[in-house]
Design a protein around this ligand. Structure first.
Ligand SMILES: C[S@@+](CC[C@H](N)C(=O)[O-])C[C@H]1O[C@@H](n2cnc3c(N)ncnc32)[C@H](O)[C@@H]1O
Length: 335
């Protein structure tokens, strides 16, 4: 692993955000590795899964509910991606609440973290005024594997966090050692940990009073409920990708992608055909990204076993008709 200067143009960036490039093990998750993939992820994420309200809730919990009231905070973000959540950390009111903020981000994709470093640097320049901020990013890390040397180094240095934010990340951890995702990882010789093992490690890395957050898609409590969740998602995707205003805005940041979506979701085609396109795209993404989700009751049971019944909370996506399958769950580590 080597420290790289991510297009460093001034000394300031080097001190605020350091990006360490690691060699990604082939086959782990190649779907977000190229610059083109990163750009299309960033361009479409907010259109198809708006997460701002849920990120806002995380910020609110960290500002108001972490005990004891403190002026410094350390956050770990496995599978950080393009700093979608970190944007909220480097903004008011969070910046007014803490004098010292440390974020440790990790991802398999170097491209994602290069993008994240750019976003963080821009926010730092416009928003930060006097707070001590350190952002350490490490790419090429298989965050799914609790035995990865990245976590080993954290443990051996005795580092602990006030928050772990797993945003759309747990779905890369198999539901169990016998699940189909676990079989795929074994077939490809990729070390992995299950969701339960990953959560246990996050629990152990938290300070007393720290909080574990997970945002993700859920499998329904029954196949019928899952079917309803998928239908709601597909029709939202079709609505967004056939909306002139949405495509027009996308065109300004990524014209090729906007053109492609106009063709794929051609409004001349019957609605049923467009819904099938969305369903195929959803399943294709799950397959190539190696995703596996579970019912919310299972996530909750697991977190309750680790953190205790009274310390686990849940918030559904505020737009329940369009995103009934998306949730935020958080758990406090309290004695
Ligand atoms: C769906 S994106 C979510 C990114 C970000 N957390 C967000 O909320 O927008 C998933 C991220 O996890 C990363 N990822 C996938 N598998 C991984 C693995 N095994 N280890 C580390 N990162 C991984 C991807 O590169 C991508 O950046």
């Amino acid at each position: 692993m080597c420290s790289i200067a991510c297009d460093v143009k001034d000394a300031l960036r080097q001190t605020v955000v350091t990006l360490r490039e690691g060699q990604a093990t082939p086959g782990i998750n190649e779907s977000y590795q190229t610059a083109g993939r990163v750009e299309s992820y960033v361009a479409t994420q907010e259109i198809v899964v708006p997460k701002d309200a849920l990120f806002g809730k995380i910020i609110d919990v960290l500002m108001n509910e972490t005990a004891p009231p403190r002026r410094s905070i350390r956050i770990l973000e496995p599978g950080m991606g393009p700093a979608a959540f970190t944007r909220f950390v480097l903004r008011k009111p969070f910046l007014d609440r803490f004098d010292e903020i440390h974020v440790q981000g990790a991802d398999i994709s170097h491209g994602m973290l290069v993008y994240a470093a750019e976003v963080i640097h821009a926010l730092y320049q416009s928003n930060v005024d006097g707070q001590r901020i350190t952002i350490a990013l490490s790419s090429g890390i298989n965050c799914v594997n609790v035995l990865d040397p990245f976590y080993g180094a954290i443990r051996s240095q005795g580092r602990r966090f006030d928050a772990v934010v797993a945003s759309q990340f747990e779905h890369y951890c198999p539901n169990s050692h016998g699940s189909s995702l676990a079989c795929k990882y074994r077939e490809h010789g990729i070390p992995y940990s299950t969701k339960a093992e990953f959560r246990r490690m996050c629990h152990d890395l938290l300070e007393e009073g720290g909080v574990y957050f997970t945002l993700d898609d859920r499998f329904g409590e029954s196949p019928e409920e899952y079917e309803r969740i998928c239908r709601a998602w597909d029709s939202y995707v079709v609505r967004q990708f056939t909306d002139d205003a949405v495509l027009h805005q996308l065109h300004s940041s990524n014209p090729a992608l906007a053109r492609n979506l106009r063709l794929t979701y051609d409004r001349q085609r019957p609605r049923q055909a467009l819904l099938r396109v969305a369903a195929q795209a959803r399943e294709h993404r799950r397959e190539i990204c190696r995703e596996e989700i579970e019912p919310l009751s299972v996530t909750r049971r697991d977190l309750v076993a680790l953190f205790g019944e009274e310390n686990v909370q849940c918030m559904m996506h505020p737009s329940i008709e369009t995103h009934p399958g998306f949730y935020l769950m958080w758990a406090f580590k309290r004695n």
